[in-house]
Structures are given as structure tokens and as C-alpha cells.
Design a binder for this molecule. Structure first.
Ligand SMILES: Cc1cc2nc3c(=O)[nH]c(=O)nc-3n(C[C@H](O)[C@H](O)[C@H](O)COP(=O)(O)OP(=O)(O)OC[C@H]3O[C@@H](n4cnc5c(N)ncnc54)[C@H](O)[C@@H]3O)c2cc1C
Length: 433
């Protein structure tokens, strides 16, 4: 039987980082990845005539783990287009057009009041469960917004902005997500907005993950679905769907909480993992790329949180033999609300955000039905953060858990995945050396 010091399951950012660190510390490492590519929930694919990020798109220098990796691998950033026009849902329920400054004026008071207590809720962004968050974690973002009694137009706009951030209905999403990410940006909601949706990586996420993978010393074996992990004393046997067996002294699972039941663990997973997997985290939305006829003015648009597309913006300007076109990116709270095969329904969803555009093509990857993720970017339901986070980081015998789902600082983001990979690699290196 093949035998290594460590098997890493999954070659997303968490797995690649962990595998690199373990190998560079002199341990033998084998990375097993179910997909035919590395990157996990980052995936640069050529569609609509352009390289598009089907998963993660934006990073920022206030995200220390990903920024250190960008520096290490010489990754440059480029800005997504800033908007000249803004659209939002007016008080009569129809889309209204204005300037960026008018939109910021509309949401400013609400955005600040949603997170006004952030400094006492989570005084240190790196300790997201310490502070008044222990009590506030029972609240959803919707609970907090409802308390503010905003005017209907401001309420709809503020809700849509937060759907864009958390990718889920706000009544199901913990206030903790708003508070922890704003805590990570020193209490400034404007910086949190910039950090989460402004700067793309030149050459895409594929270029980024390829660069890390070149530094991974052991093999990254693709098309290899792990089906079982069985612990025996000081080692574990990892079994693949194809029936191959590998023995390892330690195992790093990088599976998201929603997807971890895809592997049978013996002894069974700790209760915290089983419970969270059954409950699922809050995020359940969609990200779609759309081809619109012509070169449109640079805009962003917000509908309401119950629309299939709550947030829409112009991202790329292209031309081909059919003429000029604009590639838009849209986000919605519920992946089941939009049928991508029904162009008329997609057009209607766009019209509800930003009228006057003709959509000719649409594409997306449904991460919620993809059995290897069953999640988009992780946001917690009310109560999950303070109940589970510390326990999710605890190894279970020889099995370690590295995933953005159990990161401290930017849980849900690439930054959190890297944080978790570094953390678990260090623990294993300390234990095995
Ligand atoms: C649509 C979308 C937009 C996003 N936007 C952003 C953004 O702009 N900025 C940002 O920072 N983050 C964003 N994110 C989140 C970011 O992509 C994730 O937080 C991060 O990539 C997670 O990395 P990970 O390594 O923890 O998990 P993953 O990337 O999910 O890695 C887990 C790996 O395990 C593999 N795997 C699963 N089961 C098995 C098995 N049984 N056997 C072998 N392998 C298995 C999977 O194929 C996968 O490669 C976005 C995510 C999505 C889906």
C-alpha cells in the first residue's frame, strides 16, 4: 500500500497551501483532488468569449493571508470597473437611476447602523467569537435591519447590498457575518465593501493556484474522489472511490462543512461537524455571468433581496464578429430562483434590476448542487459562529480540518482558506517532527 506522512484531501486554496507547507518542511505529502483541476471554488473558465471567474473573483490587501501569497507569487491586481450609473429599487417598486454618490447617500446611514456596535461586538477581527458577539450571534442580518426602521427605499437598497455580500436570504444569515467582516476591516463598512468586490487578480485565479501548485512538492492527484478515511492507531487509511488505498500518519480534510458527508469517517466525524453538515450554513445563492448587447455605460444595479438577481454590474467590455457586447456579473440570494436555460426569465430578472439591456447569453456554475462544494462562500446562520468555530478547528485524532469554514479572520473568503491551510500544516509539522 502507498504510504506517506500526510494526505491532503482537496486542492483548493486551503489544500494547496497546506500541501506546500508540509512538503517544504520535509514531510511526504500526497494531495487527492476529486475534480479534473485544482482551485476548488476558484475556477477561471473561458466562457462568453472571455476568461471568467466561476467562483471567487476579488481579493484585497486588507486580507493578510491572500495578500502575502499574492506578493510571494508576484500576482498583480486590476480594478473592476467603477460605476458611472447606479440603479436601485425606488419607493414605487420600480428601478430608479441615479449617481454613485446618490446611492451611497441612500445607504450610508443604514450601512453604518447595521454595524455601529462592531467595536464592542468583535473588538479584534482575529478573534471573531470574543466580545458582545456572544450575545448578538442569535440575530440575523434581517433582525438588525428591521430594528432600524429605515424608509422603504433605503431598506431595499441596504438589504440588496448585504445579499451581495452574504449570498443568502438575510433572515437566514447571522449578523455575525456582517460584524466579523467589518471587524476585519477595522470597523469601516466602506472598506469591507471595497475588500470584498473590487480588485481582481491579473491572470485570474487559475494563474494564482497554478503558481502555488508549482511549489507543492508531492503529487497532486486529480480525478481522485476520496470515499473513506479510517483511523488505525497512529495512522489512517484513505480510500478512494476507485478502490485505491493510501496510508498516512495524518490527514487534512479541506472539504466544506456542507460537503463533508461525502466521505465516510471511521471513527465518525466529531458531533460539531455532523451537526453543521446536517444543518448547513446560510449561503445558498447564485453568481451568474451574462452577455448583454452593446457597450453599456459602466453601472451597478440593486433590486430587492427577494429578486432572483439582487446585484448586477458591468464587468468586461468585449467585441466579436456579432458586435460589441458587455459582460455583466450578477448575484442572487437563492440558486433555485433563476433557471439559466430560460433566457426570458433571466431577461426579466435583469429588467427588474436594470431596464433597457438585452441579454443574449448567460452562464454560471451551480456550486449549491455541486456535490464537492454544496456551498458558495460560507456565511453562517444565526448562532453557528459562536457555537461551532473553535470546535471546528480541533483535530479528530489523526484527521485535521483546514477550510475557509473554520478560519478566524476572513471566514468564507480565499484568505480564510489560506489561513486554515497554514494553521493545520503548522500543527502537523509540530506534531510529526
Ligand atoms: C461564486 C463564488 C464567488 C466567490 N467570490 C469570492 C471572492 O470574490 N473573494 C473571495 O475571497 N472568496 C470568494 N469566494 C469564496 C472562495 O472561493 C472560497 O472561500 C475558497 O476558495 C475556499 O477554499 P477551500 O480550499 O477552503 O475550499 P474549496 O475551494 O472548496 O476546496 C475543497 C476541495 O476539496 C475537493 N473535494 C471535495 N470532496 C472531495 C473528495 N471526496 N475527494 C477529493 N477531493 C474532494 C473539492 O473539489 C475542492 O477542490 C467565492 C465562492 C464562490 C462559490
Amino acid at each position: 500500500m502507498e504510504s506517506v506522512d500526510v494526505v491532503v484531501i482537496g486542492a483548493g486554496f486551503a489544500g494547496l497551501t497546506a500541501a506546500r507547507e508540509l512538503g517544504q518542511a520535509g514531510l511526504t505529502v500526497l494531495t487527492l483532488e476529486a475534480r479534473d483541476r485544482i482551485g476548488g471554488r476558484t475556477w477561471t473558465d473561458h466562457r462568453l468569449g472571455h476568461d471568467l471567474e466561476m467562483g471567487a473573483n476579488w481579493i484585497h490587501w486588507v486580507q493578510p493571508h491572500v495578500w502575502a501569497e499574492a506578493t510571494r507569487y508576484g500576482r498583480e491586481i486590476t480594478r473592476s470597473p467603477s460605476a458611472d450609473e447606479a440603479y436601485w429599487r425606488g419607493s414605487d417598486g420600480t428601478p430608479r437611476k441615479g449617481t454613485l454618490a446618490e446611492f451611497m447617500e441612500l445607504i450610508g446611514d443604514g450601512q453604518q447602523r447595521i454595524i455601529d456596535d462592531v467595536r464592542s461586538a468583535i473588538p479584534r477581527g482575529v478573534e471573531p467569537t470574543v466580545g458582545e458577539i456572544q450575545d448578538l450571534d442569535r440575530l440575523s442580518i434581517q433582525d438588525r435591519i428591521d430594528e432600524l426602521e429605515l424608509a422603504p427605499e433605503a431598506q431595499a437598497a441596504n438589504e440588496s447590498v448585504w445579499v451581495g455580500h452574504v449570498n443568502a436570504p438575510l433572515a437566514q444569515t447571522g449578523l455575525s457575518s456582517a460584524l466579523r467582516w467589518v471587524a476585519a476591516t477595522g470597523g469601516h463598512w466602506q472598506l469591507m465593501h471595497e475588500a470584498s468586490a473590487t480588485y481582481r487578480v491579473v491572470d485570474g485565479m487559475r494563474g494564482f493556484t497554478d503558481a502555488i501548485a508549482r511549489d507543492v512538492r508531492g503529487e497532486i492527484r486529480l480525478n481522485t474522489v476520496v470515499s473513506a478515511v479510517t483511523q488505525h492507531g497512529s495512522s489512517a487509511i484513505i480510500e478512494t472511490v476507485a478502490g485505491d488505498l493510501v496510508r498516512a500518519r495524518r490527514v487534512v480534510s479541506t472539504l466544506p462543512a456542507n460537503a463533508i458527508a461525502g466521505i465516510t469517517f471511521e471513527p465518525e466525524l466529531p458531533a460539531v461537524w455532523r451537526h453543521l453538515n446536517a444543518e448547513t450554513v446560510a449561503s445558498q445563492g447564485t453568481k451568474v455571468w451574462l452577455r448583454a448587447a452593446g457597450h453599456l455605460p459602466r453601472f451597478f444595479a440593486y433590486a430587492s433581496q427577494s429578486d432572483p438577481i439582487s446585484v448586477l454590474k458591468a464587468e468586461f467590455y468585449c467585441s466579436d464578429e456579432a458586435g460589441d457586447y458587455t459582460i455583466l456579473v450578477g448575484f442572487g440570494p437563492d440558486h433555485t430562483l433563476l433557471d439559466l436555460d430560460d433566457l426570458a426569465a433571466v431577461q426579466a430578472a435583469v429588467d427588474a434590476c436594470r431596464p433597457g439591456i438585452t441579454i443574449t447569453e448567460v452562464t454560471a456554475h451551480d456550486w449549491m448542487t455541486d456535490p464537492l462544494s454544496l456551498n458558495t462562500w460560507m456565511t453562517h446562520r444565526p448562532g453557528q459562529l459562536t457555537r461551532d468555530l473553535a470546535k471546528l478547528r480541533e483535530p479528530a485524532g489523526n484527521v485535521h480540518f483546514a477550510t475557509t469554514d473554520n478560519a478566524n479572520l476572513w471566514g468564507g473568503f480565499i484568505d480564510g482558506a489560506i489561513e486554515s491551510g497554514l494553521r493545520e500544516a503548522r500543527r502537523i509539522i509540530d506534531a510529526l517532527r
